[in-house]
Write a protein that binds this ligand. Structure first.
Ligand SMILES: Cc1cc2nc3c(=O)[nH]c(=O)nc-3n(C[C@H](O)[C@H](O)[C@H](O)COP(=O)(O)OP(=O)(O)OC[C@H]3O[C@@H](n4cnc5c(N)ncnc54)[C@H](O)[C@@H]3O)c2cc1C
Length: 424
């Protein structure tokens, strides 16, 4: 096979073979959509399928709520809360200059003006997000998305003003979410496990959810069934350009070769992408989850915005998740975070067996300081990145994969990906 030559935008010769690094929602979706265009794919994964953030997350497919993470409310949250291990947002006090430089950049983006700018960047992908799931479902991925509203609950109606204000801002920005305000009584009539503590709720209609672990497993099976190779236990250490394109090396393995490489390694993206001109830091925003048994089946995701707890129907029970811990992706699971999630959710839910906690999990959301993903070509025309989706990598994984595959094959940057230029 001859080596690929650098190609100008719009003049790219489609690659025959691609190597994707990372078997999370984003990497697997990219692999699947590359296959749609006839590209042969190998996915290399350090651990197992879904071993990163794509397994224990809340599984909400809610593009109507996908917004940049830095916003003025984060600053209002207060420095005291940031360093309190029981708080929903936690930054450990440590000497870590890159972390402090990340936080300074993040704070710079926490203004209304920057938020609107970032939001404009999300609109294009948000509009196409659910359609990309439909393509996967109709194209042979067996796991299913479930259509259901999200019910956001509050102790009293005045507490819902913040969420309603955010929905109004979203609508001004061009993203309409249909919602209805309910009394506590109406909310309990729809979801019996809510406790008497719930005095008001906002039902966000037109959303979906998945069992994220089952979905990525099914996506990996679909990629393999279509002739792709998934190499688990393969940690990509370095990329080298050679006569037959790029080779991706991993310790103790024969290098894997491809005409193009897609780096989709989640919170670890920056390590491999930096040599290719990607200067934006990607840090781990760690979140926790666990599952519990419930007395009455729950038919929709539940959200408690003030303590920032998200719950999702999960295998007959409920998955409870939340927190944002800005520390090293490899740090051990901190049970204090699980306990604070239980303490935060317990008053709002009756009929939950809090002694039945299983599947305790911590995962690393890939966070960027401007809250925008990194998707597209690097300084090398044959090396691409796909990641940095923070809170929304499950919702936006398939649309990212579809648009990036289009760019890789055609050489043209889809309009919706322009704001996510990895070289920004
Ligand atoms: C508590 C919580 C709740 C969430 N809820 C939602 C939600 O409801 N909806 C939503 O849209 N998003 C949600 N998210 C965010 C979502 O989980 C992430 O944005 C998404 O999973 C990121 O996917 P990814 O494929 O980019 O990364 P990952 O899933 O982390 O995949 C990256 C993969 O790359 C592998 N890897 C890393 N380095 C290498 C290497 N050198 N070589 C080979 N492999 C490597 C890792 O092992 C990993 O498997 C939530 C996150 C958390 C923590």
């Amino acid at each position: 096979m001859t080596a690929r030559t650098s190609s100008l935008p719009g003049q790219r010769r489609p690659p025959d073979r691609a190597v994707v690094v990372g078997a999370g929602m984003v990497g697997l979706s990219t692999a699947w959509f590359l296959q749609e265009s006839g590209v042969e794919v190998t996915v290399v994964e350090r651990d197992g399928v879904g071993a990163g953030s794509s397994w224990g997350n809340a599984g909400w497919l809610s593009p109507g709520l996908a917004v940049p993470l830095p916003d003025p409310a984060v600053l209002r949250y207060g420095v005291g809360a940031l360093v309190d291990p029981a708080s929903a947002l936690y930054v450990p006090l440590s000497v870590d200059p890159p972390l402090w430089s990340f936080l300074a950049r993040f704070a710079y983006h926490c203004t209304a003006r920057q938020w609107r700018r970032g939001m404009a960047g999300y609109l294009g992908v948000n509009r196409q997000a659910l359609d990309a799931f439909d393509t996967l479902e109709s194209g042979g991925v067996e796991a299913r998305t479930v259509v259901a509203p999200i019910l956001a609950s509050f102790a009293k109606e005045s507490e819902s003003a913040g969420l309603r204000g955010e929905l109004a801002l979203l609508s001004e920005a061009g993203q309409q979410v249909d919602f209805e305000v309910l009394s506590g009584h109406q909310a309990r009539a729809e979801v019996p496990v809510l406790s008497e503590r719930v005095g008001a709720a906002v039902r966000l209609d037109g959303q979906r959810y998945i069992d994220p672990g089952a979905f990525v497993d099914s996506l990996a099976k679909a990629v393999a069934k279509r002739g792709g190779t998934i190499r688990t236990g393969f940690e990509a250490r370095s990329l080298h350009r050679g006569a037959g394109g790029f080779s991706v090396s991993g310790y103790g393995h024969e290098p894997v070769r491809g005409d193009v490489v897609v780096l989709a390694s989640g919170a670890w993206l920056a390590d491999l992408a930096k040599p290719f001109g990607v200067r934006t830091q990607v840090r781990a925003g760690r979140g926790y989850s666990f599952s519990v048994q419930v007395s009455d089946p729950v038919d929709r995701p539940l959200y408690f915005p003030l303590p920032r707890v998200a719950c999702t129907p999960y295998r007959g029970g409920l998955r409870v998740g939340g927190t944002m811990e800005l520390c090293d992706a490899g740090s051990p699971l901190d049970m204090r975070r699980v306990e604070s999630l239980i303490a935060a959710a317990r008053p709002f839910l009756s009929g939950v067996d809090w002694d039945s906690v299983t599947d305790t999990w911590v995962g690393s959301r890939p966070i960027t300081p401007d809250g925008l993903p990194l998707v597209g070509r690097t300084a090398d025309p044959d090396v691409f990145v796909a990641g940095g989706h923070g809170m929304w990598g499950v919702t936006l994984g398939p649309v990212t994969g579809r648009l990036l595959a289009r760019q890789i094959v055609s050489g043209e940057v889809p309009t919706a990906l322009v704001p996510f230029d990895p070289l920004r």
